[in-house]
Write a protein that binds this ligand. Structure first.
Ligand SMILES: NC(=O)c1ccc[n+]([C@@H]2O[C@H](COP(=O)([O-])OP(=O)(O)OC[C@H]3O[C@@H](n4cnc5c(N)ncnc54)[C@H](OP(=O)(O)O)[C@@H]3O)[C@@H](O)[C@H]2O)c1
Length: 352
């Protein structure tokens, strides 16, 4: 169910922003949109914080110590309540940075973190949950997610421990991440209650959740949390075969020169739609996702400006034609994957 925001939030768009397809001038009011799923109210645009404290993104010390704090503060100003982190990100540094930045604005945030369920037995799960809560500076985690399925152990072990965390009040909602639909359903049976959300890779460059997860979430009042909604920055259109990102993205198949070349049709479609809204390709890529009921996005941001731009995308409404045009361009994008990419990845490692 779609609900209107309870109040308008003032923000300063960093680029031309649009509301309901109309251009709005700098410094005006815009709406953050919220959805309500299983009684939980969430901003359709959330904030991902893998970047905080993780060396693999290569954003440096000032980003980790200062910009991360400004990003979270600005997110809360703009009405973003969903903030996603994980014990794994920077080995706890991301959780600490989020906790420090949220501070006494706790009531404005819906804090989601994740457990890597390597050994999903009750005492370990409890110890890890307490560690996450401590780093976040909270006595209750709003959404505790399994970072991925553990195929070695039956789901009953982990979800029995999760159930106890809920009953004891350390955790309010349970979620999963990177779960197939059968695994998500099995998790619900093992918990004996709703597993609120499944956090999955979902964007114009990865449409797998369209197969069954999104429809099931819509039918059963559950939530899809789309991670890497900007294809890790590819959908901003700023990267080309001659201008590739550094850090771990340089070694990701998606950012290989061949694949960046293949993405040009999709990026052109994004630019087309963006120009008719006075928006950016990244904003359109997010709007394409949150066009769907029961889907929220958690883009990461390398600056406050990006965060502001992403927040403004929640207010964009695409026409059905624009939506279909983008979906068609996405269908036509066939990146090289798997073993095919090995020679190119090796070439990318060797300096010219
Ligand atoms: N559950 C899981 O297994 C899992 C896996 C991955 C991620 N996640 C979560 O999902 C979050 C988001 O995914 P992600 O960080 O992988 O990918 P993403 O959100 O698709 O991409 C984030 C990157 O895109 C660029 N960007 C962001 N906003 C932009 C804008 N307005 N204009 C232009 N460029 C922009 C920035 O990189 P540059 O400026 O450097 O280009 C930023 O670091 C993570 O932070 C994490 O919380 C979860």
């Amino acid at each position: 169910m779609l609900v209107q925001a309870s109040g308008r939030v003032q923000y300063r768009p960093v680029g031309p922003a649009t509301r309901r397809g109309r251009r709005v001038p700098w410094g005006t009011f815009a709406l953050m949109r919220y959805i309500e799923v299983s009684g939980v109210r969430m901003s359709v645009i959330g904030l991902g914080t893998w970047q905080f404290g993780s060396r693999e993104w290569g954003y440096g010390r000032d980003y980790v110590e200062h910009e991360s704090q400004r990003i979270v503060a600005r997110a809360l100003d703009l009405g973003i309540n969903l903030i996603d982190t994980a014990e794994l990100y920077g080995f706890g540094r991301s959780e600490r940075a989020v906790g420090q930045a949220v501070g006494d604005r706790r009531s404005q945030a819906f804090l989601a973190t994740k457990l890597l369920p390597v050994l999903p037995v009750d005492p370990v799960v409890h110890q890890r949950a307490r560690g996450s809560a401590r780093r976040l500076g909270v006595d209750r985690i709003d959404l505790y997610q399994a970072h991925g399925p553990n195929p070695v152990f039956p789901p009953g072990l982990l979800f029995a421990a999760f159930g106890r965390l809920q009953r004891e009040g350390l955790v309010t909602h349970i979620g999963v991440s990177n779960y197939s639909l059968p695994r998500w359903q099995a998790a619900e049976r093992a918990l004996g209650g709703p597993v609120l959300s499944n956090q999955v890779q979902y964007s114009l460059v990865d449409r797998r959740p369209d197969r069954d997860l999104v429809g099931w979430a819509q039918e059963h009042d559950r939530l899809i949390i789309a991670y890497s909604p900007l294809g890790q920055g590819l959908l901003s259109g700023r990267y080309t075969p001659g201008h590739r990102p550094g850090g771990m993205r340089a070694m990701r198949p998606l950012f290989l020169p061949d694949n960046l070349e293949r993405a040009s049709g999709l990026l052109d479609a994004l630019r087309d739609v963006a120009s008719s809204h006075g928006a950016t390709p990244a904003q359109i890529a997010l709007a394409w996702l949150v066009h769907r009921p029961n889907v929220v996005v958690i883009p990461g941001a390398s600056s406050v400006e990006q965060l502001e731009s992403n927040a403004a995308a929640g207010d964009l409404v695409l026409t059905d034609d624009e939506h279909a045009h983008l979906s068609g361009a996405s269908d036509d994008f066939h990146p090289q994957t798997g073993w095919q990419t090995v020679p190119s990845l090796l070439r990318a490692r060797i300096p010219a």
